[in-house]
Design a protein around this ligand. Structure first.
Ligand code: PHE
Length: 339
């Protein structure tokens, strides 16, 4: 029987060490230690051994059982650990992968500036209007008191489609369209694209304007300056001042150029304002009574103010952008800064 015990121990050890899965370990446990297992059978056969040897043999079998149990548990741990490592490896998630490789879009800085400006005027009771970019000569020129032979036409070189149709050179065209269809009081702003054949660091053949028009009783130049002051202080900075300089537009009388106190030096004089302390912002004026009459508005009862602001110009002043072409090259490095 002692032989048998040794044999079983060697066999069990070998099997256990060869086993490489939990399933095999379980099979081995049943085979040796189970109810019908080999070691259990040995214990049962003890009763056939000579009575004087039984205690010794019984101890040997118990030791055997203990040893097999220990090796099993030991090896079981190894296998469990190995299986865990294998699973971890197979089910590994690579958390080092960047989660943010989807690029997030944003409004183009010009659209952002257009929105910001329109919101300011909406807050002042204005309505936002739209008008066609391909426009009749009448709305772009004639209705604004710029007849065919008027020298002002030379100042705004124009892309013509035919004698009668053109790409609008100014959003002022929307003034005429609005006054034709709407009776006072009128308070509108109209953002949009305009076209002129110029191309350099401060001119682009396509650029954006925002037109403003107010028509009501007793509208004066003072209303214009008050309105533009409120706008400039909201859009540029609370300490910005405006200054009106005499100018000429056929559709306003009097006409003015509106300057801003320099946003960089506050008026002391710097490179941005070329030492003058002021920056030219937009053209404006009191609506010429002839323009009101052309559109069927009684100029004795009503008066108006109008202004036309260059969006690129406003954005360049506000953000210190040196070249208008940056807006249209769509270089991500430029656009990203205004997100
Ligand atoms: N339309 C003019 C321009 O493009 C600007 C302007 C608008 C001037 C309204 C006066 C009134 O230069």
């Amino acid at each position: 029987m002692q032989e048998k015990i040794k044999e079983i121990l060697t066999k069990a050890k070998q099997r256990i060490l060869d086993a490489d899965s939990m399933q095999l370990i379980n099979e081995i446990r049943v085979r040796f230690l189970g109810k019908n297992g080999e070691i259990t059978a040995l214990l049962k056969s003890l009763k056939d051994a000579p009575a004087d040897q039984r205690p010794k043999l019984g101890k040997l079998i118990n030791d055997l059982r203990g040893e097999v149990e220990t090796i099993l548990i030991e090896h079981e741990k190894n296998i469990a650990e190995r299986e865990k490592q294998k699973k971890l490896k197979e089910e590994r998630i690579d958390i080092t992968l960047s989660k943010n490789n989807r690029k997030i879009g944003a409004l183009h800085p010009l659209n952002k500036v257009i929105r910001d400006i329109c919101y300011i005027f909406i807050g002042l009771g204005f309505e936002v209007k739209d008008g066609p970019e391909v426009e009749l000569d009448y709305y772009n020129f004639e209705g604004l008191n710029i007849p065919a032979d008027h020298p002002a036409r030379d100042e705004q070189d124009t892309f013509y489609i035919n004698d009668n149709i053109l790409l609008r050179t100014q959003t002022s065209a929307v003034q005429v369209r609005t006054m034709e269809e709407q009776k006072p009081p009128i308070r509108i702003v109209c953002p949009g694209k305009v076209y002129r054949p110029d191309d350099d660091a401060s001119h682009s053949p396509m650029f954006h304007q925002i037109e403003g028009l107010v028509v009501d009783e007793n509208i004066t130049l003072c209303d214009l300056q008050g309105l533009l002051d409120a706008f400039a202080q909201e859009f540029f900075s609370s300490v910005t001042k405006t200054r009106l300089r005499p100018s000429f537009f056929p559709f306003t009388e009097p006409s003015v150029e509106v300057d801003l106190s320099c946003v960089m030096c506050g008026g002391k004089g710097c490179s941005l304002c070329k030492g003058t302390g002021w920056i030219e912002l937009l053209g404006a004026g009191v609506v010429n009574p002839r323009v009101l009459e052309y559109s069927g508005i009684d100029s004795k009862k009503y008066s108006g103010l109008a202004f036309g602001l260059g969006v690129e110009r406003a954005a360049m002043i506000k953000y210190g952008i040196p070249d208008i072409r940056l807006f249209f090259e769509n270089d991500i490095r430029f656009l990203k800064q205004y997100r």
